[in-house]
Design a protein. Sequence first.
Length: 227
Amino acid sequence: MAAAASHNFIYDWALAAHNFTIIQAVNLFYISSVVVFCTGTVFGLIIWKTKQYSGARIMGGAITRIVVYGVMFRVRTTNPSRAVLFIVQLVQGLGSSIVQTGTLGSAIGTAISGAIYPHTFREELAKALGDDSTSELIDTLFNSITSTLIPAWGTVERSAINTAFVKVTSYFFIAAMAIIVPCFSIICDSQNLIEENGMLDGKITLMHNTTTAEGRRAENKKTKEIK
């Protein structure tokens, strides 16, 4: 909730208050998600290897976020350099990846959609404009989407933008399905968490259900030994 409350309008703020270009504002908005994706993956591998997620890591992430929120308040009420703004967002992403592992999936999806949008929109605009398309016109229309310079509703240029938007958003759904299918297959192959040594040391062993008869026998044998 804190992240959403503090970041929902950062894109508009960058455009209006700091004269960012659209590309710069988009990069500022999504750079924390990129950091969440990268560092969250690293922390996930560490947790997978150690089978531990200590309270110190959660506290470290929370403290990082609190400090960054204080810095962000200071930054947004002054006139900092663009480098400072990007650094603050980078550190913010680091804190989020530590304390909010649930944002990792969101960060991955955001990164995918962020890659699809700029790499396909101009191409779809060119197709929608047909013989009237030029590189200058395409750049002008692309940069006008989130500004007051967007062509009026009903014009040929606005229709081309709408057509391109529909096509590009369809790519988002294709990507979503491409993600869901393999993830669903992984979830179907269930994972069992079995407590080892009762309440003596609280160790948790992750046992993977295999599809072979030999694997199931080995798993059942290990389960009986633990009990």
